[in-house]
Design a protein around this ligand. Sequence first.
Ligand code: 13P
Length: 254
Amino acid sequence: MRKKLVAGNWKMHKNLTESQALITEIRGIVRDEFRQNDAEIVVCPSALALASSARLVEGSEIQIGAQNVNENKEGAYTGEWSASMLKSAGATHVIIGHSERRQYYNETSEACALKNKAAIAEELTVLYCVGESLEERESNQHFDVIKDQLEKGLEGISSEEMSHVVIAYEPVWAIGTGKTASSEQAQEVHAFIRGLIESKYGLNIAESVRILYGGSVKPDNAKEIFGQPDIDGGLIGGASLKPRDFFEIIKAAR
Ligand code: 13P
């Protein structure tokens, strides 16, 4: 049985003070309402708020993730942060290859493979994102695009290292648009991704790797999405900034 995982991606929202208030509110709800066997919870604030957020969730069920990492161990890379820096700030997870980074910062799947390696070397769990654009979906290229992103992004990742990998399928056309993939559309792609993992790593790993869905997940659609056999939780943007909505989504994974 795969344990479900729900991760909140705050993107570039909330300054330090606001981040502390938000994580404190989420922590309060989780403390009062979390049940044993609920989904694993990860919150990904800005890098600026990582360390203080990690301190504020100590001893709770909430884990902290970053939204990006540099592929190098250290060096003259102004404005960047390494996996060991993230780890020392208290992060246990990192989002890699989010479509916004692919789109606005020209991150390629090859670059993501190096980031995945660097993060795993520090024992961080990566949430590796894949997903097609609207144009690619409409021209029926989505399976090819996802296959390419997955094969290139996991290049050099061994079977042992796959225990540190979570895949997130986020169709670009569903992010922040209010348009969700139908649960059938999402399930179809998740099953396809699991099949690709099986062909590369074998059945056991394919059965144990978690594949999250992301893109306009809200309290009112989460249950149906999470009810699909190959959907193991979600990567939540907008709704993760609203503590009550975020926890309703976590409950939908019960
Ligand atoms: P929304 O939930 O706001 O659509 O964002 C999804 C996302 O990009 C999470 O990484």
